[in-house]
Design a protein around this ligand. Structure first.
Ligand SMILES: *Cc1c(COP(=O)(O)O)cnc(C)c1O
Length: 380
């Protein structure tokens, strides 16, 4: 089955009881048993719920994995991966991560005796130097938020395989429409399904997909034992979102590319961060591992370097909404320094390039002419 068919049918079956084409929302916490321990595969919805199962099967299908898990948020999904670790274990993570992931690693799991190294994944010597016999996990986000840095998944997987280290990729920005980390050698794919998979800014959800049954059992145990599962209504919403993922992504990519190209020519703009621009430092990696486009996320900075210019732009946009989050059908604009990335200490934030004049756009699926006109007036 091709990807554009998998989004609609992958892992799905009509409801066996009624033939319902869409899976019913099984709004139930528990399931009747005919004799103690005799049931139809469902006992209690923290362990499994049929609507969540339908979503988990779809997730596995679109990421070319064998098993999926749906969580109450992206961070709950990441948290389940962290539960595979023990005190003394070490994690090597990319030096540009979603703020909430960075906060979990440094503020929560450091306290539990896990050591984190944040390194430039594109420097093989530095990456190899950060690995040692305690390294149990490599964590990468590509493209990253908000600077659109890329990591070469295939190159990293070669090293993690050789050293038998688990390799997880946060695939939130690219989605499996553009990039399939499991095919490129990663062990775990993580998603904030709140973003493109859900696609309509109406649900908080997370996902993990793997292709190894043993690893699945461990992650499922972590989910079941600590409880960060996704409810049936929210499972339904994400599943419905996935059915149009390919259609939305096609337009996100088209609009994202146009917006990036427009901004690159604008006299007030200093730098545009978009993997689909030839000027992007990681354009070659993008072409190698992303297929069919480069997504809808675009960041840019101002020639003036002034925070006031970023703020003025964000106050003036009309079609774009000034809000956190991304990946929905509607266009959003965000100021990483004060909004999504405020949890990163200022010195660290500036060092990684998240300056006060940086604006991040989640380019939606509206008409491109309206989006460009809005940017033009807001920059004017
Ligand atoms: C939003 C986001 C997360 C966290 O997901 P939640 O659903 O908000 O918990 C993790 N990684 C990336 C890249 C994100 O954009």
């Amino acid at each position: 089955m091709k990807f554009n068919t998998k989004t609609i049918h992958g892992g799905q079956q009509h409801d066996p009881a009624t033939g319902a084409v869409m899976p019913p929302v099984y709004q139930t916490s528990t399931f009747a048993q005919s004799s103690p321990g005799v049931h139809k595969g469902y006992e209690y919805s923290r362990a499994a719920n049929p609507t969540r199962t339908a979503l988990e099967n779809a997730l596995a299908s679109i990421e070319n994995g064998t098993k999926g898990l749906a969580f109450s948020s992206g961070l709950a999904a990441t948290d389940a991966v962290m539960k595979l670790l023990k005190p003394g274990d070490e994690v090597v993570a990319m030096d540009d991560l979603y703020g909430g992931t960075y906060r979990m690693f440094t503020k929560v799991y450091t306290e539990y005796g896990i050591k984190f190294h944040f390194v430039d994944m594109n420097n093989e010597d530095k990456f190899r130097a950060a690995l040692n016999e305690n390294t149990k996990l490599v964590w990468v986000e590509t493209p990253t938020n908000p600077l659109m840095k890329l990591a070469d998944i295939e190159a990293i997987a070669k090293i993690t395989k050789e050293k038998k280290i688990l390799f997880a990729v946060d695939n939130t920005f690219a989605t499996p429409y553009l990039q399939k980390p499991l095919d490129l050698g990663a062990d775990i794919v993580m998603h904030s399904a709140t973003k493109y998979l859900g696609g309509h800014s109406d649900v908080i959800a997370g996902a993990l997909v793997v292709k190894d049954d043993n690893l699945f059992e461990k992650l499922h145990f972590a989910q079941f034992a600590t409880g960060g599962t996704l409810g049936p209504n929210d499972s339904y919403l994400v599943l419905r979102g996935i059915k149009t993922l390919h259609l939305r992504m096609e337009r996100h990519c088209f609009n994202g590319q146009k917006v990036a190209e427009y901004l690159e020519k604008h006299p007030k703009v200093k730098q545009v961060y978009y993997p689909g621009l030839k000027s992007h430092p990681f354009f070659d990696i993008a072409k190698k591992q992303m297929e069919g486009g480069f997504g809808g996320m675009v960041s840019f900075s101002f020639k003036s370097g002034a925070k006031a210019d970023a703020v003025s732009f964000l106050e003036k946009v009309k079609v774009f909404t000034l809000a956190e989050s991304l990946g929905g059908v509607e266009s959003l604009a965000n100021h990483p320094a004060t909004m999504t990335h405020a949890s990163i200490p200022e010195a660290k934030r500036l060092e990684s390039g998240i300056t006060d004049d940086l604006v991040r756009l989640s380019v939606g699926v509206e008409d491109i002419d309206d989006l460009i006109a809005d940017i033009e007036q807001a920059l004017g």
